[in-house]
Design a protein around this ligand. Structure first.
Ligand SMILES: Nc1ncnc2c1ncn2[C@@H]1O[C@H](COP(=O)(O)OP(=O)(O)O)[C@@H](O)[C@H]1O
Ligand SMILES: [Mg+2]
Length: 327
């Protein structure tokens, strides 16, 4: 079966006030089969949201974008910023954001938000679209959906809003769902429910899911494949279990919270290596971007950036010393 997603050599740059460019993602390749989950992890600022926005056509018009995107076995399109709503709709991508409130129109009944998507994508009339919306709300676990459909977003809890946002995404009958930290704003118990819901949809509908998270434990629990981003590049990628159990890149080792054999500081979550400033993606890249923070860095790391290369059964890392920091 053709992959639902093939992203090739995505590079996105944003203009800086001084006339330069900030490369937020660099030469990112991703691919995904239907019915599978790819987790994209990395600390804040590593470029995760930019990758999703580029695929969904949601980048601001001033962004400079190169790369190509192929969806569901179709031909691949060059990516362009500022794509129209129709263009994105045509891509059959469902997008779910971190803040579910922001993706719902506060002056529309939640049923109308879902029905609008169903009407546009499935060509349904008003009544049929509303009926489809109620069915979708039921499917995503909204109690008493026929009545709830008439509520405005402010009447719903954060978890319910995220369920509605998922229903709206599904109304477009997407082959691919992009979820950007969809549970970060929610309580722990609700987080687990929303992840379970997304996984059920992946299984039942055979959609592909790209899940952005900064939590490696979450990624390990739900994903088939994990890609680790650092300073705009994928520095490690492979089967989820392999990346969690045997991370190869020193940055991934730190994310995994493993004891570093060289006495380095391990941390999890959004801010590993808290004693060091985050890498500046605006710096020209002639070296490994992680070298300034890497306890294993050697001269070669500071002069030649290591390519992302397979090390072991589909498990790739961009590190001259891949595997040496693994516990
Ligand atoms: N619209 C924008 N204009 C300028 N810079 C941006 C814009 N969006 C993101 N960036 C910058 O791009 C980099 C990557 O950001 P982002 O993709 O949001 O990372 P993440 O989602 O991993 O936290 C950051 O340095 C961020 O400040
Ligand atoms: Mg983000």
């Amino acid at each position: 079966m053709a992959p639902v997603l093939i992203l090739e050599r995505l590079t996105v740059a944003f203009p800086l006030p001084d006339g330069g460019w900030l490369e937020a993602t660099r030469e990112v390749d991703l691919s995904l089969e239907r019915g599978r989950v790819l987790a994209l992890i990395g600390e804040s600022g590593s470029g995760k949201t930019t990758v999703l926005n580029a695929m969904a056509g949601l980048l601001p018009a001033e962004a400079r974008v190169t790369g190509s995107l192929g969806l569901d076995g179709g031909g691949s399109d060059l990516l362009a910023p500022g794509a129209t709503r129709e263009g994105v709709a045509g891509r059959r991508i469902g997008m779910i954001f971190q803040n579910p409130g922001a993706s719902l129109n506060p002056v529309l009944r939640v049923g109308a938000t879902v029905a609008e998507v169903a009407a546009v994508h499935q060509g349904l009339g008003r009544t049929a679209a509303w009926r489809a919306a109620v069915e979708l709300l039921d499917r995503v676990g909204i109690d008493d959906p026929a009545r709830r459909a008439s509520d405005y977003p402010h009447r719903l809890s954060g978890g319910q809003k995220q369920r509605v946002a998922i229903a709206a995404a599904l109304a477009g009958k997407p082959g691919l769902i992009l979820a950007d930290e969809p549970t970060t704003a929610l309580d722990a118990m609700v987080q687990a429910q929303i992840l379970d819901l997304l996984l059920a949809l992946v299984d039942q509908d055979g959609v592909g899911l790209v899940l952005v998270t900064h939590d490696l434990a979450v990624a390990g629990a739900v994903a088939d494949e994990i890609a680790v981003m650092y300073a705009g590049r994928i520095v490690e990628q492979g089967p989820a279990e392999a990346v969690v159990r045997r991370p190869l890149h020193p940055y991934a080792v730190a994310l995994a919270g493993a004891a570093l054999p060289f006495g380095g500081v391990a941390a999890t979550g959004d801010a590993p290596f808290p004693e060091l400033p985050p890498a500046d993606p605006a710096l020209p890249v002639t070296a490994c971007a992680f070298a300034p923070r890497c306890p294993l860095a050697i001269d070669r790391c500071r002069s030649v950036r290591p390519p992302l290369e397979p090390q072991d059964r589909g498990h790739a890392a961009a590190c001259w010393r891949a595997g040496e920091a693994a516990p």
